[in-house]
Design a binder for this molecule. Structure first.
Ligand code: FES
Length: 66
């Protein structure tokens, strides 16, 4: 039986580097900005197609922690 993974933490946000939403969130909590997250994970260093999604996600996280 196929089960659909509904855990958003496992959702790949950057398919070039395989970086998940959960990884980005935990690096955000460590205080890394988008450039540091990119250097750490390789996200945004391929096609950059994920840039908007990741920027929006980080913005939402920042807004939520204000
Ligand atoms: S999907 Fe992130 S760099 Fe290509």
């Amino acid at each position: 039986m196929n089960t659909i993974n509904t855990n958003l933490d496992d959702e790949i946000m950057c398919s070039c580097s395989g970086t998940t939403r959960g990884e980005i969130q935990s690096l955000f909590k460590e205080g890394l900005d988008i450039d540091a997250i990119s250097r750490r994970t390789g996200a945004l260093s391929g096609c950059a197609g994920c840039e908007w999604d990741i920027a929006q996600f980080l913005k939402a996280l920042a807004d939520a922690t204000e």
